[in-house]
Design a protein around this ligand. Sequence first.
Ligand code: SF4
Length: 451
Amino acid sequence: MTSVALRLAVAPPTESCDSGLAAPTWDFDALTTYGPGASVDDAVPAETTNATTRPGQLPQAYRDADEADLYRRIEVAKETLGDRVVVLGHYYQRDEIVAHADFVGDSFQLANAALTRPDAEAIVFCGVHFMAETADILAREDQQVILPNLAAGCSMADMADEDSVEEAWLDLAEAYGFDPEGSDDPADYPGGKLPVVPVTYMNSSAALKAFCGRHGGIVCTSSNARTVLEWAFERGERVLFFPDQHLGRNTAKAMGVPLEQMPMWNPRKPLGGNDEATLQAATVILWHGFCSVHRRFTTAQIDKARAEYPGVQVVVHPECPMPVVDAADAAGSTELIRQFVADAEPGSVIAIGTEVNMVNRLAAQHPDKTIFCLDPVICPCSTMYRIHPGYLAWVLEGLVAGETHNRIEVDDDVARHARTALERMLAAAPKPLTGSAQGAPAATAATGSAR
Ligand code: SF4
């Protein structure tokens, strides 16, 4: 059964956002777009630090294999490789991929899960490019991290490329009068605070994590964004937050930062589209980036759910626009959403604002509760969708044959600085626990709001 068919079996029949989802699998595989689904209309950058623009490279034999054959071949290859390989599956992956995952979780949970398998020579990351980079940064030097399809990028991560962020940094240095390559020690600045602390969301390239490492900045996840911002405000006058404006705005607003102190930085405009006075008053400068999956959710959908299901509880991801987060009963990371559903009383009705594969899986796992996606239109993450079982079979059988396909390797210098920013995050927030409930290690302490 294909993932679309499975979703239709679990959720009420509904339309999809992209006819490509119903097209034969390989019709989209050679395209240089993000693929069918929520990001299909996002502009692919001419030059990108990840590999989004590369079309799939899957040998024909794997394209010709049917689903049952691929399932069997994946299982045989995993059995043959044993502890030499660990397969990681992001929550937003298709069910046909999650079925083979040793660990299921969000990006940071999965990178940490890999650390619990030191015997694994290869880490096969069924997610998107920045996740595989993060796993490579955290993995042992001799471990190979593999992204089954190099076309699985992330349109949000691509919205903040290294050159644009470097240019913005120069503009901000001029506006606030600091040396762009100066000290990253707050003690070296008036008032003991850095003029700007760069904060990047985990959903960004390794190059941007390294940028933060070099400039006194830090990485955050959707679980710990508030803790990280508190850390940043202790060390700096203001924050440059990229690439997701919504996570930055929702988190800072919950901390009491006024909206007028959160200007947007549009990298295509001079000074990001701001004047000097706006920048002087800024507390959080928000990069003009967004997730096309979470941007689909609206307050009208919440109103409709409340009208149709009195007593419904609405939980959404903080990558959703601010009015949606404000109208929901709870907002938090993917892990918080999973826990919210698990903790709900039998008979509960829960409307969820996050990726549809995850929502439908939660619905299947909790048949005693009514669980549905706020968006009535099937619209998965386009880039996650590009990991097909054919690719997983190909990379695993390659390992059996002694060949490595699609290895992701982060440059040593980039990795060193990126690790600095990641380590600051770990020092600022409770360390994630490890374990393997349905494969998923326990989450970092969720700081999402629940109202
Ligand atoms: S759901 Fe959004 S942020 Fe996550 S990989 Fe897809 S496009 Fe990127």
